[in-house]
Design a protein around this ligand. Structure first.
Ligand code: NAP
Length: 314
């Protein structure tokens, strides 16, 4: 349960959510829980998603175009895959209200800033953000109000961004239960390459390897998968569009981290071949301390089944 109490008056009058998947729907339920928005409009690309949203009461109003949803909005949150940000920003640009704030929740910041900034009118604030919270599920039915509780949200304001607009957006993310920090885009993309993007690629690879390995049957992999492999399969079940876009748009940082990863992997591989138990033991002792640090920081649980249930994949 969150310790966040509802606001007596909403932070924003009208909020528009563009894209109605996991993050947008969680944001909607969390904003309602905290009374953070007067009214919320929404738009998603497919009729099917818009129909589902109407059916489950996701958003006060579901519109048939992104521009219609953004009319009169005080805050617009772009909740679409990273590769779709530019097109959506272009579409909504002409209707953005003077003084409004546009933000996004994309998992990559440098590429999104480059794609969206040219479409933001001068009288509109653009403050990119990234909530470090997610699950392997996607779509309008996958969201829940508690997703952001005690998770970090990173704001990536440009140098000239208005302090009052940043403060308001910070209040919104705090209101949905997040801890908020600020970071520059380049550093954000490097940090996320280490903590999220490279680990996802490794999980995808490991699950692919198990699938390809003829000598171990699929049945054995599923039946005898201990926690390690099961956690990999959970991560590797994440949305293919979202993750394709993450790697295409955070190329440099991800490749840098994967280069380092490969070097370390070779070193461990050599230690195994040479029977160097001391090197393996020392390495595993160091990594165990990192796990303890994550638990002490409240970012995961010490429970033996960690990684299952609705755990963050970001
Ligand atoms: P999702 O559940 O797959 O939802 C994506 C939504 O975007 C869908 O409603 C989809 O509409 C809509 N969409 C796609 N292309 C569009 C377009 N061109 N115009 C309008 N709507 C479009 O994805 P998500 O997990 O919420 O991710 C959304 C964003 O959050 C991504 O940028 C991702 O990087 C970021 N993020 C994700 C996580 C995570 O763990 N999932 C965590 C933090 C940040 P249809 O349903 O009609 O296709």
């Amino acid at each position: 349960m969150s310790s966040v109490s509802p606001q007596s008056t909403p932070i924003y009058g009208k909020v528009a959510l563009i894209g109605l998947g996991l993050i947008a729907s969680s944001l909607f339920w969390a904003m309602k829980r905290g009374n953070l928005a007067g009214t919320v409009s929404g738009y998603a690309r497919s009729q099917e998603t818009r129909d589902t949203a109407r059916e489950i009461g996701l958003c006060d109003e579901v519109c048939d175009s992104a521009a219609e949803a953004c009319e009169g909005a005080d805050l617009v949150v772009l909740c679409v895959p990273v590769g779709a940000m530019a097109q959506v920003a272009k579409e909504i640009s002409p209707v953005l209200k003077s003084g409004a704030c546009v933000t996004d929740v994309g998992s990559v910041k440098g590429a999104v800033i480059e794609a969206v900034s040219p479409h933001i009118p001068e009288n509109v604030h653009f403050i990119p953000a990234h909530p470090l919270a997610g699950t392997e599920h996607s779509g309008p039915r996958s969201g829940f109000a508690e997703l952001f509780d005690n998770r970090w949200c990173l704001l990536v304001p440009s140098e000239g961004a208005a302090p009052e607009a940043i403060a308001k957006l910070r209040a919104l993310w705090e209101g949905v239960g997040s801890n908020v920090d600020e970071m520059d885009a380049e550093h954000h993309d490097l940090v996320l390459a280490v903590t999220s993007h490279a680990p996802h690629l490794i999980a995808y690879t490991m699950v692919g390897v198990a699938d390809d390995l003829g000598r171990v049957t699929d049945g054995e992999v599923i039946q005898y998968s201990a926690a390690g492999f099961r956690d990999f399969t959970r991560i590797a079940a994440s949305d293919p569009t979202m993750w394709r876009d993450v790697f295409l748009n955070n190329k440099e940082a991800t490749l840098e981290i994967l280069g380092r990863f490969t070097e370390e992997l070779f070193a461990l591989q050599r230690a195994i071949r040479m029977g160097d138990g001391e090197q393996l033991f020392d390495y595993f002792t160091r990594t165990r301390a990192i796990r303890r640090g994550i638990i002490e920081a409240g970012q995961d649980t010490d429970a033996p089944d960690f990684g299952r249930g609705t755990k963050s994949t970001e």
